[in-house]
Every structure is written in C-alpha cells, then in structure tokens.
Design a protein around this ligand. Structure first.
Ligand SMILES: Cc1cc2nc3c(=O)[nH]c(=O)nc-3n(C[C@H](O)[C@H](O)[C@H](O)COP(=O)(O)O)c2cc1C
Length: 158
C-alpha cells in the first residue's frame, strides 16, 4: 500500500510558535523537563509513552513503546521484563534510543512485578528537540555531551 502524504490529517498544519535558541535551557534534561511538564499541563494522553529502539549483537534494530518512569541527570528510566527481546538485546548491547511524540504540542497497574522484571536507565549522550512549524520550517536543535560534561547545542534545521 502506498501511503499518501499525511493521510489522516491532510489539513493539519504545524501551528507551533517555533523554537529559538534563546528558548532553550542550557541543560537538555531541564529542557526535556520543561516540555514534559507542558505536555502534562496540555492534558496529553500517555505523555510518558516513548519509543525505545534497541539492537542486539546482530545489529538489527527493533523498536517498541514503553513508559518513562523517571528521569534526572543520570538518565531516563523504564521498566520491563529482563527476559524480553529488548532485555536480551540490552544485555548484549547496552545502547538504546528513545523518542517521544506529542502531537498536540506539535511536539499504570499495581501488580507486583516478577523477579525478571526490572528497570533500565538510558543515559543520554545526545538529545534532540524538534518543534513543528508551518511550511515544514521545523526547528531542530541537538545537544551533544562533550568530554568535559558540558553540552554543545547545535541548530540542525532550518
Ligand atoms: C502505551 C504502551 C506502554 C507500554 N509500556 C511498556 C513498559 O513500560 N514496559 C514494557 O516492558 N512494555 C511496555 N509496553 C509493551 C511493549 O511495547 C512491548 O510490546 C513489550 O514490552 C515486548 O517488547 P519486546 O518483545 O520488543 O521486548 C507498552 C505498550 C504500550 C502500547
């Protein structure tokens, strides 16, 4: 099936006010926190749902949705079954990528867990913030962790 351009929302146009460098916190974790709080305040459903990409020794990536359970300067935490596909892949190759999509901004149950259920912390060495804008002039900024622990901020687009 060939997918037409923007099939579900052909009238949708990014209404975002844009993202300027001066809007950015120098610390990407704080910047993420600002956006996360804004997403909660905007009433977005499943605000903590994120895509988690992993790859095992065969380097073939796989991706699924998990829930963010916490974040701080040490990274982003989610919980899962250590014996799941992602658990096995992270055991073999402890690298992962996360992605959130909060379209409205253009931007759980208490069963005791089994012993093979536990947490992972994703420690970022790069973070990107994407703000949709009209006419595809989307603003993209990337933070890259430097050797001294500081963050380099680069505009990727436009
Ligand atoms: C909204 C949503 C939230 C989810 N949250 C989690 C989660 O926090 N942990 C988890 O292990 N699976 C979660 N899942 C299920 C995973 O997407 C996935 O199907 C499952 O963990 C098996 O993945 P794997 O076989 O690639 O390891 C969630 C699914 C959805 C749709």
């Amino acid at each position: 099936m060939e997918i037409p351009h923007d099939p579900a929302a052909s009238h949708y146009e990014h209404a975002g006010k844009g993202l300027r460098r001066r809007d950015l916190d120098p610390d990407p974790i704080k910047q993420f926190g600002n956006w996360f709080t804004a997403a909660i305040e905007a009433g977005i459903r499943d605000v903590s749902a994120m895509s988690l990409a992993t790859a095992g020794r065969d380097a073939r990536p796989s991706v699924r949705i998990v829930l963010l359970k916490g974040f701080d300067q040490d990274g982003f935490v989610f919980f899962t079954n250590y014996e799941s596909e992602k658990g096995k892949q992270l055991e073999a190759n402890p690298c992962a990528a996360l992605a959130f999509y909060w379209i409205e901004l253009d931007r759980d149950q208490s069963i005791p867990p089994p012993p093979h259920w536990g947490g992972y912390r994703v420690k970022p060495d790069a973070m990107e913030f994407w703000q949709g804008r009209p006419n595809r002039l989307h603003d993209r900024f990337r933070y890259t962790r430097q050797r001294d622990g500081s963050w380099l901020i680069e505009r990727l687009a436009p």
